[in-house]
Design a protein around this ligand. Structure first.
Ligand code: MN
Length: 327
C-alpha cells in the first residue's frame, strides 16, 4: 500500500514541473520542517516550487529557506501540483481552504490517523513519528542527497513531533533516520537552542497564569488547564506561544489525559488540545466527538459555547474515553 503510494508520488514529482507545498494553519515544527526540506529537495532537481505557509513561528525562523515562504493562495498557484504535508483535512488549511480545485493534482503526505485521503495520491503512514521521517525517505527516493540544510529542517520536524524522542511514536526507524541526519553535518546543539531555549518572557508569564488553573479529575487521571483571552492580554503572549503549555499538564504524576482549553479571539470559541499517555486511551476519538481529530496520543478540536459548558462537555467525553484505561 505504502510502497505503491510512494512509487506513484515519485513518478508524479519526476514528471511534473511546477509545485506548491502546503501544510496546516499555525504550523508546528513538523509542518514547516517537512515543507522546507521538500521544497529544497525539489528545487535541487530543477523544479519550480512555491511554499505556502501561515506565519512561521519565531523559533523556526532560523531554518534555512524560512524567509522564502508565501502567505495564502492566489491565482498564480493555478495548475501547479499541490503537495500537502502533515495536513489531515483540507479544513485545516486556513487561508487556502476552498482553493483546492485550482491544483493540477494533489499529493497528500501525512501521518495523522484522522487523515481523510483528500489527495489524488495519498501516502498516509500512521506508524511514522513525523512527516519529516517520511519526507526523508521520499527525498532519498528522488535521488537527492540530504545536505546540512535539508538535514536541519528534517531534524526539527522529527525532534518536535516526537517531543525530543520521548513520545511513544519514536521508533528504531526514527533513530536510524536521525543518525543519517547527523551524518549530514547538522548542528544539534544550535538547533536545540533555537527551538527550546529561545523562550520569550511573555510565554513564561502566560505559563505562570495558566498553571493557576490546573485541575485534576477522575482520581488524578485527567489534568486540565485553561488559557483565557484575559491571560493573553495581561501577559502580551500570542496564541503561538501557548503551543506546548499542555506538556506541563501531561507531565503530572498519574496523568493519563491532559487537556488545555484556549479561548480564541472569537467570542465563546475555544481551541481544545488533548494528549494521552496511555495506549488504550485514544484522544483522536475524543476530538472527533467535537468535529476535530489528530492522533491517538495527541489531538485537538474547536468547541463553541460558554466556558463552563465547553468544559463540562469536553470533560464528559474524556471521562467516557478513560473507561478504556481500566486494565
Ligand atoms: Mn506531524
Amino acid at each position: 500500500m505504502s510502497a505503491a503510494a510512494i512509487a506513484q508520488i515519485v513518478k508524479t514529482i519526476k514528471r511534473e514541473k511546477k509545485f506548491v507545498i502546503l501544510s496546516h494553519e499555525s504550523p508546528d515544527g513538523d509542518a514547516i520542517g517537512s515543507q522546507l526540506a521538500l521544497c529544497a529537495a525539489l528545487k535541487r532537481i530543477g523544479k519550480d516550487v512555491v511554499l505556502v505557509s501561515d506565519r512561521v513561528p519565531r523559533k523556526y525562523q532560523f531554518l534555512p529557506g524560512s524567509g522564502d515562504t508565501t502567505h495564502g493562495l492566489d491565482v498564480s498557484m493555478e495548475g501547479r501540483v499541490a503537495v500537502f504535508v502533515d495536513t489531515p483535512t483540507l479544513e485545516r488549511l486556513g487561508d487556502g481552504g476552498g482553493m483546492d480545485p485550482i491544483f493540477k493534482s494533489i499529493i497528500n503526505i501525512d501521518h495523522h490517523v484522522s487523515n481523510v485521503r483528500f489527495g489524488t495520491y495519498n501516502w498516509v503512514d500512521v506508524s511514522a513519528s513525523s512527516v519529516g521521517e517520511m519526507v526523508f525517505f521520499l527525498i532519498k527516493r528522488l535521488g537527492v542527497a540530504v545536505d546540512e540544510n535539508i538535514g536541519t529542517c528534517l531534524y526539527v520536524a522529527i525532534l518536535t513531533d516526537t517531543g525530543m524522542f520521548q513520545y511513544a511514536n519514536t521508533t528504531r526507524k526514527t533513530h536510524a533516520v536521525v543518525g543519517e541526519l547527523i551524518d549530514s553535518g547538522i548542528d544539534q546543539f544550535r538547533i536545540y537552542q533555537n527551538v527550546y531555549e529561545n523562550v520569550p518572557l511573555a510565554k513564561l508569564k502566560l505559563l505562570n497564569e495558566s498553571l493557576k488553573t490546573i485541575k485534576v479529575d477522575c482520581g488524578g487521571k485527567l489534568v486540565s488547564m485553561w488559557i483565557t483571552q484575559d491571560m493573553f492580554r495581561r501577559t502580551g503572549a500570542t496564541m503561538e506561544l501557548s503551543e506546548d503549555i499542555i506538556n506541563f499538564a501531561r507531565s503530572v504524576d498519574g496523568c493519563v489525559v491532559a487537556v488545555v482549553f484556549k479561548e480564541t479571539q472569537q467570542k465563546n470559541t475555544c481551541r481544545v488540545s488533548f494528549r494521552s499517555k496511555s495506549k488504550k486511551v485514544d484522544v483522536n476519538r475524543v476530538a472527533a466527538v467535537f468535529g476535530g481529530g489528530g492522533h491517538k496520543a495527541a489531538s485537538g478540536c474547536t468547541v463553541t459555547g460558554r466556558r463552563e459548558d465547553v468544559s463540562k462537555r469536553v470533560i464528559g467525553a474524556i471521562k467516557r474515553e478513560l473507561r478504556h484505561d481500566r486494565a
